[in-house]
Write a protein that binds this ligand. Structure first.
Ligand code: BG6
Length: 490
């Protein structure tokens, strides 16, 4: 792997502490960092590199998926000492010249050859500014070295603002050097979807409207919006979760087999799914959490959260029924559901198969259909439900299940999404990042729903915290003779 310096803008922020530092430590332990490597945390506060190293240690101890079992002295020598701090006000362009000099000095020390990953873990309003300043100070040059930029979500607020942001970034970076993060793509089971479909003889032949009744994709959370009221008031569940994470899972489930496993071939197929999406106004449901009592604790309503307007109409829950208008999926509904303050935190893709012809055993219409669930989290795995004969005399048929837990593979402890993503950026593999046209088409889709919601004067349905969202979401299913499945249980 090429050597490089990882420059984290927003180096003192939450994402860096919770995700990036622990991910780097795990990559180090697995021997997945390049020989020539250094990290520069860029932030506005007055800190020393020593203090940053302490924060790195603390964040590993607090948030890493595996305890810090390495030899501390060695860790210090070969890992922690590579972390540096650089104080910079992102909005003050004069500081970038000095940053450039600083990075060039580090190039000498660590043999990093001018290669850079600029990770923008900052509020979106700084994305264009930082990118322009990097350009103006000649920090993105193509003289045999490479410079890549990693952008956290949200990539715009709607299609128009995403277009503007993209144009700004493209002044400095080529499309192949822009890594738009969707951390769901870094999750192990999201990566497994294509393997499951295209590396097995028995899934793909039945993966179509002849055999599949419908698909449900749920990303449910128990937490409220916490301290993110300011952001969430501009965003809501549709922009925060549907435009990115849910659309990405949907494309992986529904895409056609790519011509090969190259980044562009895969992205081409995902874009086709996004272009084929259709939704009707009556098939979208929104909701907002009200108060509720969970485990004996009273939880406050969204409107009482910090930095939220007392009459806010922002949705914390969204459910929709969408169709993919192509040969494979015509008439198969995809039901998507996401929300805050729901009873369980989990993310799953559930595929319900059609009933087989009503002869033989299926004369009895009470028999259970086959179900396949891809558990993205918390217990990564695949669950299959099918019918068998109840052992013993008689002909009773019972549903049974086969349940594969990912961690059963040789005690495998799945890497965190950010480990895989950071590693891929350093390797120059952008398959698990979103290409511009994926962003574009998902905004087109989401924008139309935003327009429906924001041109309506209807009050937003309120659901009690700790429940499964507004009753309208259940009706969306009930009207089709279906129901939402909760988290899969063996
Ligand atoms: C983020 C959203 O992108 O994803 C958050 O902004 C959400 O609102 C989070 O809580 C969920 O991610 P995960 O990995 O915890 O399911």
């Amino acid at each position: 792997m090429d050597p490089c310096i990882l420059v984290i803008f927003g180096g003192t922020g939450d994402l860096t502490r919770r995700k990036l530092y622990p991910a780097l430590c795990n990559l180090y332990r697995e021997g997945l960092l390049p020989e020539g490597f250094a990290v520069v945390s860029v932030g506005r506060r007055d800190l020393s590199s020593e203090q940053v190293r302490e924060t790195v240690m603390d964040s590993i101890n607090e948030f890493s998926r595996q305890p810090c079992s390495c030899n501390l002295e060695e860790l210090e020598q070969s890992f922690l000492n590579r972390f540096h701090y650089y104080k910079l006000d992102f909005a003050d362009s004069t500081g970038y010249g000095h940053l450039k000099d600083f990075l060039e000095e580090l190039d000498q020390e660590y043999n990093t050859a001018g290669n850079r990953v600029f990770f923008l873990a900052v509020a979106p309003e700084y994305f264009s500014e930082i990118s322009n300043d990097l350009h103006n100070h000649n920090m993105v040059i193509n003289n045999g070295s490479w410079q890549r930029v990693v952008i956290e979500k949200p990539f715009g607020q709607d299609l128009d603002s995403a277009l503007v942001l993209n144009a700004e970034l493209r002044k400095t970076f080529g499309e192949q050097n822009i890594y738009r993060i969707d951390h769901y793509l870094g999750k192990e089971m999201a990566q497994s979807i294509m393997v499951m479909r295209f590396a097995n003889a028995f899934f793909e032949p039945i993966w179509n409207n002849k055999y599949i009744d419908h698909v449900q994709i749920s990303i449910c959370e128990t937490d409220g919006i916490g301290t993110r009221g300011g952001y969430y008031e501009q965003s809501g569940a549709l922009r925060d979760m549907v435009q990115n994470h849910m659309m990405q899972l949907l494309t992986l489930v529904a895409m056609e087999p790519p011509v090969d496993l190259s980044t562009e071939a895969i992205r081409d197929e995902k874009v086709k799914v996004l272009r084929s999406l259709s939704v009707k106004r009556e098939d979208v449901v929104r909701g907002q959490y009200g108060e509720g009592i969970v485990d004996g604790q009273r939880l406050k309503a969204y409107r009482d959260e910090d930095k939220v307007a007392p009459d806010s109409n922002m949705e914390t829950f969204a459910a929709l029924k969408v169709f993919i208008e192509n040969f494979r999926w015509a008439q198969v509904p995809f039901y998507l559901r996401t929300g805050k303050r729901l009873p369980h935190k989990y993310a799953e893709i559930l595929i319900k198969f059609k009933k087989i012809p009503g002869v033989l055993y299926f004369k009895d219409s009470s028999l259970n259909p086959n179900i396949l669930t891809i558990r993205v989290q918390p217990d990564e795995g695949i669950f299959l439900k099918f019918n068998t004969k109840n052992p013993g005399p008689g002909q009773t048929i019972i549903p049974v299940s086969m349940d594969f837990y990912q961690h059963e593979i040789d005690g495998f402890n799945s890497p965190e999404a950010y480990e895989r993503l950071l590693h891929d950026v350093m390797r120059g593999d952008s398959t698990l990042f979103t290409r511009w046209d994926e962003v574009e088409y998902s905004w087109r889709f989401v924008d139309q729903i935003e327009r429906w919601w924001h041109t309506s004067n209807e009050p937003i349905p309120i659901y009690a915290s700790g429940t499964w969202g507004p009753k309208e979401a259940d009706l969306l299913m009930k009207n089709d003779g279906r129901e939402w499945f909760g988290p899969t249980k063996s």
